[in-house]
Design a protein around this ligand. Structure first.
Ligand code: ADP
Ligand code: MG
Length: 619
């Protein structure tokens, strides 16, 4: 890293620019770098420790305090002290509504569909701006400790972060004056830190279990020939050690017969309980009983009680592990290593349960708070060209696709696809003379786009006027290594083209916030039946349109009887369309199709047969 070169213009010695790794955590953030001995090291800025609490305090003097020094204000001035901002990054108010009691500061709910804002005093901040304040502090600490300017960074994010959250992280870096070279999944970084699979002959399948303060995720990685490939990810963006604290608080309030609503509405008291509960939890990682006094109340808890309380939460994480294995198509017995990440994996009960589920001892040799930052530093080293032995592949956590007729989601890049990736499909118009085509890009697992998350929308304009079904429009999705999506639409006959880099549904400069629809992170498959009805109906509508058009244009080729009969079949189909019976719609389509096919052949109307094939997009 510390290669020295001479700047010919000035004659001065130049140190090669250092690239640092940043773990921007919900609870704690930290920085790591590769030292002259090629070892990954976390930065321990003199006297301030390694972990930088992800806490921001707005002081009455106008000063903004970040990290350790901000922590005491959680109790003394909770309204002006921001914590867990990563939970809000790239989220709408609707996304976090159920958790708003958790925040002692003001989360603004004026528009439920748009990005969350936080009010401090009479100023509004986005989570991106607040994250940038943490990043700025990290940058300064790195510069102070390394005695060199730091501009280039790698930042890690939970594997389960969607595109909006990844983009928000990048934007935060930009605001902090950082060049974010790469966004890396935390589990990928953690496995890098352990160096598992770095030997070229080593072949392994590993599980990375990351339970931090605010998020949980588990990833199944396959390592082969020095290549790390993420087979699957699963998790819960609202599950972490903070929730362990909450069950302890609930237990205490219950034991003290205190009204939780009353206590939690007093923000100083709420914060005192929060900090007390965290202290208890941490103590119970190494002792069997804990006692303290909070606001004059004696609060105690045993390890056994604590374990009973967190059991459902830990079981939830184990279920995610099972789902991740299923998605990866891997049996428990095929997992060679299990890596523990995140401060909450220090709770012995968590470790035990994970070890039991995977039926093997887990890796906890590296400090679980530091392991992600250390891996980010190794990734930074790879990017600076110092290591050519490692290649990283990640996966996209949610499916990406476009809206087709009837509001159906047509998936172009399925979830868990390896990135970078490229995929495309050809579409055509549904109406004669259609010159515009609306391309709406969605993210999510549901069959109906209205239940997924809209990422972008644009019009492909200037399609030459042609009969329906003739234009050929290639829609291509290109997903880069950071999970940022480029969508291109190209009409092949005319060459008209339209391209967007998908801006997520919010923006720093506040582009109109696209309508955010129902939750995208759902695996519900119950709408398959509905999809089939919509597909049948869409096909039927097309068939009616085409057949009626055909009758209008080509009547001269048909006998009066043939025309009447065709119209009869059309009417039967029209009657079936509004009914929610897919089979009878398909039957009516088939009958009309069978009857009219010879006519189409007779007049050699290419357009008709074309229009009967293929998928269409609404105008
Ligand atoms: P994040 O990745 O969300 O920033 P960390 O990996 O830093 O989080 O983990 C923070 C969480 O770890 C907090 O909930 C903290 O209370 C918890 N934690 C830290 N030390 C211990 C410990 N010894 N035992 C149990 N939990 C711990
Ligand atoms: Mg973490």
């Amino acid at each position: 890293m510390a290669k020295v070169s001479i700047n010919i213009a000035t004659g001065s010695l130049q140190k090669e620019e250092i690239i640092i790794g940043i773990d921007l955590g919900t609870t704690n953030s930290l920085i790591a770098y590769i030292n002259d001995d090629k070892e990954a090291k976390v930065i321990n800025d003199t006297g301030k420790g390694i972990l930088v609490p992800s806490i921001i305090h707005f002081h009455p003097t106008g000063e903004i305090i970040v990290g350790n020094d901000a922590k005491p204000y959680l109790i003394s001035d909770p309204q002006n002290t921001i914590f867990s901002v990563k939970r809000l990054l790239g989220q709408s108010y609707k996304d976090i509504e159920n958790f708003k009691d958790f925040f002692s500061y003001k989360v603004i709910d004026d528009d439920t569909e748009s990005i969350v804002k936080i009010k401090v005093g009479n100023k509004f901040y986005t989570p991106i701006e607040l994250s940038a304040m943490i990043l700025r502090e990290l940058k300064e600490r790195a510069e102070h400790a390394l005695k060199t300017p730091v501009n280039k960074v790698v930042i890690t994010v939970p594997a389960y972060f969607n595109d909006a959250q990844r983009q928000a992280t990048r934007d935060a870096g930009k605001i902090a004056g950082l060049d974010v070279l790469r966004i890396v999944n935390e589990p990928t970084a953690a496995s890098l830190a352990y160096g598992i699979g770095l030997h070229p002959d080593e072949e392994k399948t590993i599980a990375v279990y990351d339970l931090g303060g605010g998020t949980f995720d588990v990833s199944i990685l396959k390592i082969q020939n020095g290549i790390f490939e993420v087979l699957s990810t699963n998790g819960d963006t609202f599950l972490g050690g903070d929730d362990f604290d909450r069950v302890i608080i609930d237990y205490w309030l219950n034991a003290l017969s205190l009204n939780p609503k009353e206590v939690m509405s007093n923000s100083s008291l709420a914060q005192a309980f929060r900090l007390g509960a965290e202290e208890a939890k941490i103590a119970l990682s190494s002792q069997n009983i804990y006692q303290t006094t909070i606001d004059g109340h004696l609060c105690g808890i045993t390890k056994q009680t604590f374990e009973e309380l967190i059991k459902p939460l830990v079981e939830k994480t184990i279920n995610c592990c099972a789902l991740a294995l299923k998605d990866a198509g891997v049996q428990v017995s095929e997992i060679n290593e299990v890596v523990m990440v995140g401060g909450s994996t220090r709770t012995p009960f968590v470790k035990q349960n994970v070890a039991t589920f995977f039926n093997k001892a887990v890796h906890d040799e590296i400090n679980p708070d530091e392991v992600v930052a250390l891996g980010a530093a190794i990734q930074a080293d790879v990017l600076s060209g110092n290591r050519t032995d490692i290649l990283l592949l990640d996966v996209t956590p949610l499916s990406l696709g476009i809206e087709t007729m009837g509001g159906l989601m047509d998936v172009i890049i399925p979830r868990n696809s390896k990135v970078p990736t490229k995929a495309g499909r050809q579409y055509t118009t549904s109406i004669d003379g259609q010159v515009n085509m609306k391309v709406s890009v969605y993210q999510g697992e549901r069959d109906l786009v209205k239940e997924n998350r809209k990422l972008a929308e644009f019009d492909l304009k200037g399609i030459p006027s042609m009969p329906a079904g003739l234009p050929k429009v290639d829609i291509n999705f290109m997903l880069n290594a950071d999970g940022i999506l480029k969508v291109q639409a190209l009409e092949l006959r005319s060459g008209v083209k339209q391209e967007v880099e998908v801006k997520p549904t919010y923006g720093l400069t506040d582009d109109e916030v696209e309508q955010m629809l129902l939750d995208s992170i759902t695996n519900a498959k119950e709408d398959v039946a509905q999809r089939m009805i919509i597909e049948a109906r869409t096909e039927g509508e097309q068939m009616v349109y085409t057949a009626e058009n055909f009758l209008k244009k080509s009547a001269e080729y048909l006998s009066i009887d043939e025309i009447a009969k065709t119209q009869q079949y059309i009417n039967v189909l029209k009657e079936e369309l509004p009914k929610a019976n897919k089979d009878s719609i398909l039957k009516a389509i088939d009958e009309l199709n069978e009857y009219t096919r010879p006519f189409a052949e007779r007049v050699m109307d290419v357009a008709v047969s074309q229009a009967m094939k293929g998928k269409k997009i609404d105008e």
